[in-house]
Design a protein around this ligand. Structure first.
Ligand code: MTE
Ligand code: MO
Length: 225
């Protein structure tokens, strides 16, 4: 694919331009915001990991359905519900107290660029097991504070040991990246990377479709091999 984005944009962007409805209008304003934000993160951000070059864990542009969300961590809770034996509600601190996992994962944007970031978080399956998945549960639905939804098969989450991240390149997740939590949907396109996740719901609906999936984007969302 012919790259039309200038290198500067590719360098500065992690998640930007990934949404199917990317708009030009707010580009300039967002670029200005990002220059300062990026500079701040760059001071302490890890830029290399086991020989691999990392990309900045903050992007200048936002294509989220309702813009960047500011989550009040004092009132925030993460719920694990649906087809579980016992619904669970956790505070941010309770999630951070679970066993941490690190993953070097590349996010692939539908527009053709990618960003490799060192993520740290908890196993989504560890969260699910706190509630106890009922045998008929096959789909895991992620719902976010902005009303966004997306889903992954429970089997995929378990086989790939996918994580819900709270840290990127050694730093607390910035709001633009989904603070407090982002789904690190390894091998899946950007719209499976739910940000600002507030509930994890187990379902027996194998055909469940989230926000973009319902508008026609592939429910598998596999990155091009
Ligand atoms: N809560 C929430 N998560 C979300 C989205 C969103 O609108 N809301 N957009 C998704 C999409 S389409 C992409 S490509 C990635 C990155 O979005 P960005 O391009 O706006 O940074 O976040 C995903 N997670
Ligand atoms: Mo996207």
């Amino acid at each position: 694919m012919k790259r039309i984005l200038p290198m500067l944009v590719i360098l500065f962007v992690l998640l930007a331009g990934c949404s199917p409805q990317a708009g030009e209008a707010d580009q300039t304003q967002a670029d200005a915001v990002s220059a300062a934000t990026l500079a701040r993160y760059r001071e302490s951000e890890i830029m290399e990991f086991e020989g691999a070059q990392l990309d900045p864990a903050v992007g200048p542009r936002d294509n989220s359905i309702k813009g960047i969300q500011q989550v009040d961590i004092e009132t925030y809770t993460l719920s694990i519900n649906g087809l579980v034996d016992e619904p669970v509600t956790l505070t941010y601190e309770q999630v951070l107290a679970l066993e941490p996992y690190e993953r070097l994962v590349t996010l692939y944007c539908v527009e053709g660029w990618d960003a490799t970031v060192l993520w740290k978080g908890v196993l989504i399956d560890d969260l699910i097991q706190l509630g106890g998945a009922k045998p008929e549960a096959v789909t895991v639905i992620f719902s976010s504070v902005d009303g966004y939804t997306t889903s992954l098969p429970l089997q995929t989450i378990q086989e790939k040991q996918l994580i819900l991240a709270y840290n990127a390149n050694g730093l607390e997740l910035p709001p633009s990246m989904g603070y407090p939590f982002i789904v690190v949907a390894e091998d899946k396109l950007g719209y499976k990377w739910g940000r600002w996740v507030r509930s994890i719901t187990l379902s027996d609906d194998a055909d469940y479709k989230g926000y973009w999936e319902n508008l026609g984007y592939s429910n598998e969302a596999d990155i091009a091999q």
